[in-house]
Design a protein around this ligand. Structure first.
Ligand SMILES: Nc1nc2c(ncn2[C@@H]2O[C@H](COP(=O)(O)OP(=O)(O)OP(=O)(O)O)[C@@H](O)[C@H]2O)c(=O)[nH]1
Ligand SMILES: [Mg+2]
Length: 346
């Protein structure tokens, strides 16, 4: 399935229906009086947050969303019908962002099933019956319906995963995701095999954990090098990070530091997230080499450090056990509203 995590769309709620000027006309009834009904309310623009969607790809093909106009009022005091609402389904984790400054988050849709009236339809105009009073017995006036509202907005999807996997390209992130979850991401012996975030789930007795793999980061990713840091947005909401370091990399400490630096440069408190370091591909090194890497890494960090081989299925159970025993739901995430996000540059 194709993945799209941002889209610009136009929204317009329905105009209200016009009120009607009409007089009762019946045989033998003189001065029947006004009987013009009011117009119906215009349809609303409603966003619905759906758990079965995980991309904004539908918005590549349709960008304009308009709710229906309310129908006009008519004689015999008939009110117009309400215009039908336009319901727009979006994945959980979709933010609606102002097109004006391209950063104000107008609405953050994070709860599956949540429905939000985003633009209200215009009110219907009153028919002439409404204007009848003791002085004015036969009013010839009616109101037009009020216009609906319109706006251009950006949708931005930030996947809601519990844990995000980060690391240099080719570090073995997708292999780890496929080894510990049900996901089947593409794995390749070349950098940038993963071009879009992939999700997988570890099912446990107490809790299920959603893990997201994102494209590899390289030095100066925060300046746009490689695939840049665009996908770091997807791990902003993660509770924890798995930082994968290739055991065969020339200098694991340097790999570790370069990723920490990119997380720091990106900001939004990514470095404050709980991290677990995972030394991958340990089937390619001997025990002595591994012991040396572990010893060196532990000098740099007091984060938990694990080692594994996704290919030979070594060390995976320990990692899964560790993750399933963390009270993931209790970990708080700090998400700042004003982010560095310029959709047109990406
Ligand atoms: N020997 C061995 N090779 C591994 C292991 N894990 C991954 N690899 C290999 O390393 C290469 C990269 O693996 P990926 O899982 O695609 O790495 P990635 O970090 O997702 O790479 P990008 O998506 O390109 O950033 C592939 O050729 C894998 O087969 C492992 O545990 N042992
Ligand atoms: Mg990958």
């Amino acid at each position: 399935m194709q993945f799209l995590d941002q889209a610009k769309i136009y929204l317009k709620s329905g105009n209200g229906g016009n009120g009607c000027v009409s007089f009762r006309r019946e045989k033998y009834v003189e001065f029947g009086g006004p009987d013009g009904g009011s117009g119906g309310k215009g349809g609303d623009i409603i966003f619905e947050c759906c758990s079965n969607l995980n991309t904004l790809i539908d918005f590549r093909y349709k960008q304009h969303f308009k709710a229906k106009k309310g129908t006009d009022g008519s004689g015999k005091n008939c009110s117009g019908a309400k215009g039908s609402d336009m319901i727009i389904k979006v994945p959980v984790g979709t933010q609606i962002i102002s097109d004006y400054d391209k950063k104000t988050v107008i609405k953050d849709l994070t709860i599956a099933g949540e429905k939000v009236i985003f633009l209200k339809g215009g009110k219907g105009g009153f028919g002439n019956t409404h204007f009848k009073n003791s002085i004015e017995q036969a009013p010839k006036k009616a109101n037009p319906g009020l216009e609906g509202e319109e706006i251009w907005v950006w949708l931005r999807l930030k996947i809601l995963a519990d844990i995000g996997i980060v690391g240099l390209p080719n570090a073995g992130k997708s292999s780890l995701l496929s080894a510990i979850t049900n996901a089947k991401p593409k794995i390749g012996s070349y950098p940038y095999t993963t071009l879009t975030p992939q999700l997988g789930i570890i099912k446990g007795d107490k809790q299920d954990i959603i893990i997201s793999d994102i494209p590899g980061l390289i030095k100066d990713a925060h300046k746009g090098v490689g695939i840049g840091t665009r996908f770091l947005g997807h791990i902003e909401r993660c509770k924890m990070l798995l930082h994968v370091i290739d055991a065969k990399s020339k200098n694991p400490i340097e790999s570790y530091n370069s990723i920490q630096k990119e997380l720091k440069e990106y900001g939004n408190e990514l470095t404050k997230k709980k991290q677990i370091i995972i030394i991958s591909k340990i089937d390619l090194i001997n025990k002595k080499e591994l012991a040396k890497i572990l010893q060196n890494i532990k000098k740099f960090t007091n984060m938990p450090v694990y080692s594994c081989s996704s290919l030979k299925k070594i060390g995976l159970d320990k990692i899964i056990d560790y993750l399933l025993n963390i009270e993931i739901k209790d970990i708080k995430t700090n998400i700042k509203k004003d982010e560095k996000w310029l959709p047109e540059n990406q």
